[in-house]
Design a protein around this ligand. Sequence first.
Ligand SMILES: [Zn+2]
Length: 296
Amino acid sequence: MESAVERALRTRIISWVQERAEANGGFLHRAELLDFRIDEQRLPIIDYSRGIRNPASFESTLSIVSATNGPYDDTESEDGLLHYSYREGDPWSGDNRKLRNAMATGAPLILFRKEVPNIYTPVSPVYVVEDYPEERTFIIALDESFTFVPDVRRMPDNQRSYARRLAKQRLHQPAFRTRVIVAYETRCAVCELKHGSLLDAAHIVPDSDERGIPTVNNGLALCKIHHAAYDQDMLGVTPDFKVRIADNLLEETDGPMLKHGLQEMHGRSIQVPKRRADHPSQELLAWRYERFIAQV
Ligand SMILES: [Zn+2]
């Protein structure tokens, strides 16, 4: 059984991580996670060198880190669940014991995706749902309901597609947001607003299209209003990075948001990331701009 103290601490840490990530734009910096304190006592939320955090006073694992290469995590399986390898050494003691304990007690943990050095995207709560000793692997699920599935390897199709949908919402979209917002240095490409909590990662080619992949080149960091305007073709971006506002909006007369927030953006250049490799793809911008033109 998980102790009441541990459970209360865990709940507090998970909420703190969620709030802090939301304020930053969906991620936390390494230093924030290492310097976390509870009642003056330092309680790091990650173990920087080991990728799994098992505080000495905790019976179950608090957090795990998965490093990613590219838009998809290689620990992810086709079924939308995560395959987490046993830690080195004895499968029945230390880190492995505490992970197994999280499975036994159903204790929620935090999965951090490390998209960029020193930047962590939290996915929480997640649950350890299976243990495959012969493969030295734990299965991690994004929803408590999977703890009730007798064998996740033989999940019925409807559950499998639910797991995949969940992976898209809770793993891929947050990871995309982090990569884009970090590349744009937490700044709206159109108006330069610098509040992470008011920024989104907009897809240039929507993710419903097969070319709408979650890479930085298919993204723009936009504030909430410019994101919505972009999605509704009220605002367009030309392949050479110029902002265009739809004609009907330019002709309207209204208050300061229309005037300063939209009309005055017409003709400005978007702010692109410093790294050339992170620039939005001109080809994808051209595809999207065609759609904008067709609407106007
Ligand atoms: Zn903006």
